[in-house]
Design a protein around this ligand. Structure first.
Ligand code: FAD
Length: 309
């Protein structure tokens, strides 16, 4: 029986584990892949106090830090179900291998994944021009032409953000109009170095074998294929939280994000959540870690109130 069982081994889960273990309570982590999205990240330049690092290097540091404490790390294990405990009973987390883990509190930190274009070249040039996070990778393309795919709020925000850094931004939208809020569209239209192309269906990311060099798309109005030269494409067609397995268990918003309060409590007592799988604004490593810490402290608070009862 765990005092705190954390599901997810990314920055949020790792931070939660360290904060929980430092309270001297029984702590476990179940992770499909320890490190999470950070494992897929090349350069990280915004993890404060570390000027520059690489994803796998940061993950090695996370692992070393977690393992310095008595944390039961169950890597390569996927959670498939959660049964909250009724009336003081422990919650049960079910794993894909059939095992069941019991815990007095659970912290959900299963992160999210960027929705991909699924076109040729996307995987090949990922991290070599194909990017998903303007806050992370925008400055790498200073003074160069870039493309943003997606005309919703995140795509238009990305284009506005990037326009201040790069030489030129081309925003591609599949539909015949942008979907972003009017105020964002107005701001976008005021920028001299942004071109918006609607009815554009991305067909392929082009490259020279080393890095991305451009993008091929079909103009859905005329059927013609066109090509744009660019050093990067920022894919902004949605972030999907890994929360399907929690359907009907905790409250989620229409994007599937777990709804949390400022203390990382979910709709179910004793179940907390942290990081990219939640409604927390801005999905970043440093934010996920802060949220993980907060969730662990909230779980601890919950536990001391339980034992007093
Ligand atoms: P994640 O990192 O997504 O971790 C989720 C964890 O949960 C993983 O261990 C996963 O295996 C596990 N998991 C998921 N489902 C289950 C399940 N059912 N059962 C068990 N385990 C499960 N942020 C920055 O601050 N700076 C950057 O430079 C930066 N660059 C990025 C580059 C890329 C390519 C990507 C994809 C993201 C980048 N980000 C960056 C964003 C950052 O990686 C995320 O905000 C951060 O990793 C979120 O942490 P998390 O712990 O909430 O989730």
């Amino acid at each position: 029986l765990f005092d705190v069982l954390i599901v997810g081994g990314g920055p949020a889960g790792a931070a939660a584990a360290i904060y929980a273990a430092r309270k001297g309570i029984t702590t476990g982590i179940v992770a499909e892949r320890f490190g999470g999205q950070v494992m897929d990240t090349l350069a990280i330049e915004n993890f404060i106090s570390v000027k520059e690092t690489e994803g796998p290097k940061l993950v090695a540091g996370l692992e070393e830090h977690v393992k310095a404490y008595e944390v039961d790390v169950m890597n390569h294990q996927r959670a498939v179900g959660l049964r909250p405990g009724a009336a003081g009973q422990p919650a049960v987390v079910q794993l894909a291998n059939g095992a069941e883990l019991k815990a007095k509190t659970v912290i959900l930190a299963t992160g999210a994944r960027w929705r991909e274009l699924n076109v040729p070249g996307e995987r090949e040039y990922r991290g070599k021009g194909v990017a998903y996070c303007p806050h992370c990778d925008g400055p790498l393309f200073k003074g160069k032409p870039v493309i943003v795919v997606g005309g919703g709020n995140s795509g238009v925000e990305a284009a506005i953000d990037l326009a201040g850094i790069v030489h030129h931004v081309t925003l591609l939208e599949y539909a015949d109009a942008l979907k972003a809020d009017a105020v964002l569209q107005k701001k976008l239209a005021s920028l001299p170095n942004v071109t918006v192309i609607t009815q554009a269906e991305t067909l392929e990311i082009l490259g020279d074998g080393q890095k991305m060099t451009g993008l091929r798309y079909r103009d859905r109005a005329s059927g013609e294929e066109r090509q744009i030269d660019a050093a990067a494409v920022f894919v902004q067609i949605g972030l999907v939280p890994n929360t399907d397995w929690l359907d009907g268990v905790v409250a989620r918003n229409r994007f599937g994000e777990i709804e949390i309060d400022p203390r990382c409590a979910t709709s179910v007592p004793g179940i907390f959540a942290a990081g990219d799988c939640t409604t927390v604004p801005y999905k970043q490593i440093i934010i996920a870690m802060g949220e993980g810490a907060k969730a662990a402290l909230s779980a601890f608070d919950f536990l001391i109130r339980q034992s007093a009862a």
